[in-house]
Design a protein around this ligand. Structure first.
Ligand code: MN3
Length: 199
């Protein structure tokens, strides 16, 4: 059984004006499709074929094609999932309380997450993770992620893609503007479910 490109639960133009339709279309149908296809090709006929993506990510460090494409497959799947056209603008309940404990306030979280996303040099990702029940922010290069043991030891519950392909058409070099816009489309209900499952 091979991995398949996940179907989006919203249309390519649903995140406008925060993320434009053309970027979404290319990002999902070309970039994410390529990671998915190349992951399947990289594991075909190997001992990794048939394993879950999480199992694969744990053991892929010395296999560049699996690491890059397996990370690409998993990271984008989470990224699409935690966004929504009318993302709830603010976390609530247990997650909101945990954010206050870890970062002082929701604004404190936004500042720290934006810093991780802004200062990641070149291509990579910013993450909000649950580590031993606590929230932690980190970033990784390329398509690496915390499930590979990169960035931090936690379980990711929120992801932001800061590769230029994620924002260049609309934002060019203005990564900080893209990061600010991302806050408008986070589906905090989904992030809260992931928090509950991971803590
Ligand atoms: Mn991407």
């Amino acid at each position: 059984m091979s991995f398949e490109l996940p179907i989006l639960t919203y249309s390519y133009d649903a995140l406008e004006p925060n993320i434009d339709a053309r970027t979404m279309e290319i990002h999902h149908s070309k970039h994410h499709q390529a990671y998915t296809t190349n992951l399947n090709n990289a594991i075909a006929g190997t001992e990794l074929e048939g394993k879950s993506i999480e199992e694969i990510l744990k053991v892929c460090k010395d296999k560049p094609a699996v690491r890059n494409n397996g990370g690409g497959f998993w990271n984008h799947r989470l990224f699409w999932e935690i966004m929504a056209p009318n993302g709830s603008s603010h976390p609530s309940g247990d997650l909101a309380a945990a954010i206050d404990v870890a970062f002082g306030s929701f604004d404190g979280f936004k500042d720290e997450f934006a810093k991780a996303a802004t200062t990641r040099f070149g291509s990579g990702w910013a993450w909000l993770c649950v580590s031993d029940g606590k929230l932690e922010i980190c970033s990784t290069a390329n398509q690496d992620n915390p499930l590979m043991g990169e960035g931090c030891s936690g379980a990711p519950i929120l992801a932001l893609d800061v590769w230029e392909h994620a924002y260049y058409l609309n934002y060019q070099n203005r990564r900080p503007d893209y990061i600010s816009a991302f806050y408008n489309v986070i589906n905090w209900d989904v992030v809260a479910e992931k928090y509950k499952a991971a803590k």
